[in-house]
Design a protein. Sequence first.
Length: 219
Amino acid sequence: MARYQPGREQAIERMIDLIAARCDGRAPRVLDVGGGTGTLCSRLLARFPESEVTLVDLDPVMLAIARASLPSSVEVVRADLRDPGWAALLPYGGYDAVLAIMALHYLPPDRLTALYAELVGLVRAGGFVANVDDMPEGEAAASVSDDGSWGAWWAQVAADPVLGPAVVERARLFGDSSSAEWHPPAEWHLRAVKAGPVDEAAVAWRNGDQAAVVAFRPR
């Protein structure tokens, strides 16, 4: 993942810094949307051990790794972001920060627009929602390169005696859709998130084509 998404670690650190700035020293409640194996959750707990953290994903491979590697204090929820009712599965009704790190590029435009409104609705007053992904400047679509390491990793997972069955389930859930990616420019994301009840939205971080769109709820 570090090779496939070279700005990922820097983006995570930037988002955790933003959480620290908004929470004024108190332990935050954070929702990691499409959290995968729990990289963000691990980094967050290293800095804020008392955080209330929820990880949401559908991928059975990612969830198996997350449940095995994260402490039991993390709420790991299996939910399908394509389903408008996914948020009913969450353990909390409000979060200080709702984050998606390189996770939402599989959703089509209409569903992603609706999801932004759902995510904003989960943010408590003074909190924020952030989406980090490939977001090219201008109106051109981003291209994502793969040197083969990502495909090689999945081949190893498929051969693993523990995770192999989860790969089969993953194929049943996603079919070919898991490889479909859509990367609109940051301007598109800003327009979509501003449709919700936010008082400020901006590109808060950029590293090449990778960027973070952040929207704040009024205090």
